[in-house]
Design a protein around this ligand. Sequence first.
Ligand SMILES: Nc1ncnc2c1ncn2[C@@H]1O[C@H](COP(=O)(O)OP(=O)(O)O)[C@@H](O)[C@H]1O
Ligand SMILES: [Mg+2]
Length: 251
Amino acid sequence: MKIAISGKGGVGKTTIMALAAREFRRLGREVLIIDADPSPHMAQTLGISPEGITPLAEMTRLLAERAGKTPGSPYYQLNPQVNDLLERFMISRDGYRLMVLGAIQKAEAGCACPENQVLRKMLQKMLLGDNDVVLLDMEAGVEHLGRGTVAGVDHLLIVVIPSRSSIRTGLKIKKLAEEARITHVAFVGNLVGGEDDRLFLRENLGTEPLVCFPESPLIRRAERTEQPLVAIEDALDNAPAELVRKLIATP
Ligand SMILES: Nc1ncnc2c1ncn2[C@@H]1O[C@H](COP(=O)(O)OP(=O)(O)O)[C@@H](O)[C@H]1O
Ligand SMILES: [Mg+2]
């Protein structure tokens, strides 16, 4: 199962992905997390020391080779060989496997950056067993979707908080995700305080979020004291477990 997460900046994507990762581990799943945010944050959230992690994007020459750049050509041809990249760039700690993409180039019109192509190929070509879960943590916004990078995922979770601007971004992402023909697209509410917030989300999204996460003082404290999120016992009640259960139950 390959699951990507998107949504406006700061709505809780990395937080929710880390909690979902822990939940999948508890169920005995093999979890690979790909941090595709240009300011990567996932290692810290998982309590993994960034030592020994080479962001894929720093290997520009290697990536250009794998993306099959033709000298003098303004774009990169498809078909990079990516099978060994995972082994080389992934680190394993505490049962989590993590790969960091790093700061990728912004796509100009007509430019397909090798970092993106390699990520896309990896998502498409990765051979997964029934027990394997890939979690793709993305930057804010919809650029990846626009470039079709996440077309290879089975699930896209769009995180929204009860605010107009996050909902506006969320709805835009949903439209792009549908154009990219991602099979399962669902909203996940975060910082949902009570019935009013739920109602606001439902009315403005036009649908019920798959799961709603409450605001958690434990998470706030962990962030302030720079503690790994996954070290906190059962932050956010049973929302992460409910999310993972629903993802697994979706055929
Ligand atoms: N449910 C929550 N309760 C309390 N704090 C939260 C919650 N979700 C996210 N946060 C905090 O909000 C900030 C942004 O979250 P983050 O997951 O980094 O967002 P994103 O990845 O979408 O940019 C972090 O400081 C995080 O600790
Ligand atoms: Mg993030």
